[in-house]
Design a protein around this ligand. Structure first.
Ligand code: 8YV
Length: 316
């Protein structure tokens, strides 16, 4: 039986599911905080006792958040994105950062689904049938998916899993990644724009670097061209969003499948009515199975750290 005084104290920043709260509450004292910017005020004196923080990649663990928690030892993230977490500061402070590297399959699956949906016009066909358009009309042909050219921006774990899936659709696969992958037979391109020019489907799977600018801009969308489909399962801010909106609305590209946006949960108005766009509310990793695995991974990292001094999935 854990004595109250033995219980490590954790800051819980942002929303977390019941499983996480219930499991952690058994062994730890939790201090919920609504925003990373107000943790010191929200926690009061407890901020000086907190040894762990639980949060999401979109909130991140900034140097300011770490400094508001002087006894911080571990930051456990619900996801894999690290662009809002100051890893350098964490290293200097000796704070271990952990992620949930159990979601890559789901993200690759959704990228594939979005590409097929946009090209075969699945969601658009669904809207058309529900709107009663079928009687007396013929639904216009969609675009073929199998056997076409796929370009992957960012050949990390998600990009690789996506490539494997695309191989089953007889796609020709090219990629652009500053770190080439000589172990794979996919065709490397020297730049994103050259990849876009040679692709029918362009998938953004890159990790989002902080302040790193846009990976996809108006030139890349122009290179993808009016027959091309763009899919984003990475981060909205890696794309010049006004250029993307212009490209889909004016037909500079054929369509887009988007799980992420620049200013979530706000989606630019013109995308809401564009029939050549499939929109998702940042749910690529959100299957029941994967969300449960992410919950468990996050909890296990905290448990393991405080019982053995080792995290399960630390960022190297
Ligand atoms: C989110 C993600 O963590 O892993 C990431 O970086 O963006 C997602 O899996 C998830 O949507 C919860 O915010």
């Amino acid at each position: 039986m854990i004595q109250l005084s033995d219980r490590a104290e954790l800051a819980v920043v942002g929303f977390h599911r019941d499983y996480v709260i219930d499991e952690l509450s058994r062994e730890f004292t939790l201090h919920p905080a609504g925003s990373p910017d107000t943790v010191a005020d929200e926690l009061g004196p407890a901020a000086t006792r907190v040894r762990g923080v639980v949060t999401t990649p979109m909130v991140g663990v900034s140097s300011a958040l770490m400094d508001a928690l002087p006894k911080l030892e571990i930051a456990s993230l619900f996801g894999v994105g690290l662009e809002r977490t100051d890893l350098e500061h964490a290293r200097e402070r000796g704070v271990v950062v952990t992620t949930t590297p159990v979601l890559y399959e789901d993200v690759a699956d959704l990228a594939l689904v979005l590409a097929i949906d946009v090209s075969r016009r699945v969601s658009a066909g669904d809207r058309w049938v529900r709107a009663g358009q079928w009687p007396g009309h013929v639904y216009p042909p969609a675009r073929r998916f199998s056997g076409r050219r796929a370009g992957i921006l960012g050949l990390g774990r998600i990009g690789r899993m996506l490539a494997r899936r695309l191989t089953a659709f007889d796609m020709e696969i090219g990629y652009y990644d500053p770190r080439p992958a000589p172990d794979l037979s996919y065709r490397p391109y020297p730049s994103a724009v050259e990849l876009a020019r040679e692709s029918d489907f362009l998938f953004l799977c890159a990790a989002g670097a902080p302040g790193g600018g846009h990976i996809v801009d108006a030139d890349i969308l122009a290179a993808l061209g009016p027959e091309g489909v763009f899919v984003n399962v990475a981060r909205g801010w890696l794309v010049d969003e006004p250029a993307l909106v212009d490209a889909v609305v004016t037909g500079k590209i054929a369509g887009a499948g988007l799980d992420v946006f620049d200013d979530e949960p706000h989606v630019p108005e013109p995308l809401l009515t564009a029939d050549n766009v499939v929109l998702q509310p940042h749910v690529a990793s959100s299957s029941v199975e994967t969300r449960r695995a992410m919950d468990e991974c996050m909890v296990e990292n905290i448990r393991s750290w405080f019982s053995t001094g080792k995290a399960v999935t630390p960022v190297p």
